[in-house]
Design a protein around this ligand. Structure first.
Ligand code: FUL
Length: 457
């Protein structure tokens, strides 16, 4: 038991995953024939003539992305309908036969480079246009297209694959050759993280609504992310049960009672993804979600040991809708207002008898009543260890008052102490306190606690 916990505490990210964590917040772009047919899933075989953006402007996308503080873009180079946003040599079903004729992938990649953000790709394995779908030759076709994308468009930071797998035009389903796709990506873009429900580098959070778990572990049973590298032996109860059923919908994938039954653990952090509107593609009638919803999703994803991939759908002009542009700017301004300047503090570790129950004291220059957030970060390069913590202040009688209790920390945990939307929500009570000192007490961990930083905003 003890040695398994020690092993669990040492499960580490690879350098790709560390760089991905540093990005934190990036954009998805869903653009293609669906933009022109008002569909979410194309049926395949749509006439190329449909794809006709009149004012395509990828620099405008990048500007909107940056205004929200996002640091990258992942483009749907091909969605389930099979239409390619680049002039692939392997199909006629692409921009080259559309009135647009432009290489949208190239323009998007170049706009990202000009704007100083990272570029990533989504290539849908499900293809409702390819005649090859459902045969071995489709995997060759897919790899040829993947190679075009990996070799002609500069550095790629993230390759995004879903598992959607319906029938192709001939009624057959495809067996995707993920090991082969992964090998190709490692060969041509060794620094790119690969997103997929089952790993290897980044896993799906399990829903498309941006809902984060209250405790998000990056160290999870290999039964879920079987494409990631296994870094431990089996848990002490591995012979007493099975986690074969584990899917990405549970509330607590990496919790102690799960990992005890696991056959081994992997490092596979979660990406929280959602669209700024109800749909992934642009639909005239849809409106962007509220600022509050987007801000709160940021807090629970970037501030919940995950990254946040927020989708923005360009419209039929080939531009981000002004309604979304405004919302993104508001979000960027709010994030800047809330997190733009840190409250100066000195942090020191206090004596504590147990290395798994570390205690930190945070002292401010004066008594403060304006602390809105505490941001805790573990040194995630060493692994993820903290199971629970609390934040305490003095209660006025020389005792301590724990006023915030949390579960995991991981790369970053943002503890919200004051709700910036409280005046819109009469039922919300925000905690009010004055303090010159706070204590952050780790109440349980899987190994010696290694914090990277503790900050106040
Ligand atoms: C899913 C797809 O089916 C949706 O259309 C969308 O692209 C979403 C991001 O991934 O698997």
């Amino acid at each position: 038991m003890k040695s398994f916990l020690e092993e669990a505490a040492r499960v580490k990210p690879n350098p790709r995953q560390l760089a991905w964590y540093d990005l934190g917040f990036y954009a998805f772009i869903h653009f293609g024939v669906n933009t022109f047919t008002d569909r979410e899933w194309g049926i395949g075989g749509e006439p190329e003539g449909l794809f006709d953006p009149t004012e395509l402007d990828c620099d405008q996308w990048v500007e909107a992305i940056k205004s929200a503080g996002m640091k990258g873009m992942v483009l749907t180079c091909k969605h389930h309908d099979g239409f390619c946003l680049w002039p692939s040599a392997y199909t006629e079903h692409s921009v080259k036969n559309s009135p647009c004729k432009r290489d949208v992938v190239k323009e998007a990649a170049e706009a990202c480079r000009r704007g100083g953000i990272r570029f990533g790709i989504y290539l849908s394995p499900w293809d409702r246009s390819s005649e090859l779908y459902g045969t071995d030759a489709y995997n060759d076709y897919f790899c040829n297209q993947l190679t075009e994308l990996l070799t002609n468009y500069g550095e790629i930071f993230h390759v995004w694959f879903d598992l959607a797998c319906g029938e192709g035009p001939n009624g057959k389903k495809q067996e995707y050759d993920f090991p082969r796709y992964i090998e190709l990506i490692r060969k041509y873009q060794p620094n790119a993280t690969i997103f997929n429900d089952f790993g290897p580098d980044v896993r799906w959070c399990g829903n498309e609504a941006g809902t984060a778990r209250h405790a998000e572990w990056a160290v999870v049973p290999k039964e879920l992310c079987f494409r990631s590298e296994v870094q431990t032996g089996a848990g002490p109860l591995a012979d007493e049960g099975s986690l074969e059923y584990l899917y990405n919908t549970g509330s607590d994938i990496g919790c102690l009672h799960n990992i005890m039954y696991s056959k081994g653990l992997v490092f596979a952090p979660s990406e929280v993804n959602m669209s700024i509107r109800p749909g992934w593609f642009w639909h005239e009638k849809e409106e962007p979600h509220s600022l509050e919803r987007l801000f709160r999703t940021y807090l629970t994803s970037v501030g919940g040991n995950a990254c946040f991939n927020l989708n923005l759908p360009p419209d039929r002009r080939g531009k981000i809708d002004e309604r979304d542009v405004r919302r993104l700017k508001e979000l960027g301004e709010l994030l800047q207002k809330e997190f733009g300047s840190e409250i100066p503090a000195t942090v020191r570790q206090l004596e504590s008898p147990y290395p798994t129950q570390a205690v930190f004291e945070m002292e401010f220059d004066r008594v403060r009543d304006d602390i809105r957030y505490i941001e805790l970060r573990e040194d995630i390069a060493q692994g993820q260890r903290v199971e629970s913590f609390q934040i305490e202040t003095e209660d006025g009688d020389g005792g301590r008052l724990p006023f915030y209790q949390g579960t995991t920390i991981g790369n970053r945990r943002i503890c919200e102490l004051k709700d910036p939307f409280a005046d819109q929500n009469p039922l919300t009570r925000t905690f009010s306190f004055e303090a010159k000192k706070l204590v952050i007490r780790i109440t349980s961990a899987r190994g010696e606690v290694r914090m990277k930083s503790i900050k106040a905003y």
